[in-house]
Design a protein around this ligand. Sequence first.
Ligand SMILES: NC(=O)c1ccc[n+]([C@@H]2O[C@H](COP(=O)([O-])OP(=O)(O)OC[C@H]3O[C@@H](n4cnc5c(N)ncnc54)[C@H](OP(=O)(O)O)[C@@H]3O)[C@@H](O)[C@H]2O)c1
Length: 248
Amino acid sequence: MKIGIIGIGNIGGTLARKLASAGHEVRVANSKGAEDVRPFAEEIGAAATDTHGAVSGADLVIMSIPLPAIEKLPKDLFKDVPASIPVVDTSNYYPGLRDPQIADLDAGEVESIWVSRQLGRPVIKAFNNILAHSLSELDQPEGSAGRLAVAVAGDDTDAKQLVMGIVDDVGFDPVDGGPLEESWRQQPSTPGYCCDYDAVTMRKALNAAVKGEAPRKRDQLMSKMGALGPNPTHDDVVAMNRSLNPLT
Ligand SMILES: NC(=O)c1ccc[n+]([C@@H]2O[C@H](COP(=O)([O-])OP(=O)(O)OC[C@H]3O[C@@H](n4cnc5c(N)ncnc54)[C@H](OP(=O)(O)O)[C@@H]3O)[C@@H](O)[C@H]2O)c1
């Protein structure tokens, strides 16, 4: 498959590496142009391009950039990209901690609906509720006991199926998170967010999410993070995330 990836950081870079090594034709871009991404592209066996080159002719686009940067993408970026091409949104909103306040999100708009509005096209939300370390290091072959899960939400059934296949390709069990309107269930500080759960527990966690609760939990997270100290282990972070929403 021809896969264009915008953003080559913790999440986009890991996906690019894995998808290139799985045999996909991967093109990578950031905000600085093809020359800037070329060393990374050459290292992983991908092609270096710019944001327009990443989406042009792609069978799948993965956007893995900070949520506020989505507003800064060229307004015509997806003009010639057919509506049937899945565009994956991996983003999360961390106001105060990392991101500036965005009024619509503070008023409760579902994050990926907001992203979809900025891009003027539908998106599939995926890879937002797994930690970068888990994505990079904790993949397992299909059928492995305890294989970790990634939730995938979106409205177009074919696009969602394709993205669920990519989740499987990179070593995780895809779990259907429902339509995009329901994707608040996998946003930061919900029960299934970055907790290293398998598919059965991920489904339980998505069902256990309560609309409107996550922002309050997110504020609790800030003090819990402070208590972890400057260099928490991956296990510490997962335990902290689980403790926000204990599953019975
Ligand atoms: N880190 C995690 O554990 C994790 C887990 C799940 C989801 N996420 C979410 O996934 C997204 C990416 O996270 P990350 O940790 O991978 O971020 P990151 O390491 O900071 O990487 C962000 C990438 O986006 C690029 N970028 C920034 N602005 C851009 C623009 N306007 N146009 C094109 N490229 C741009 C950056 O390159 P330049 O700045 O050089 O252009 C960089 O390659 C975020 O929304 C994050 O919330 C992160």
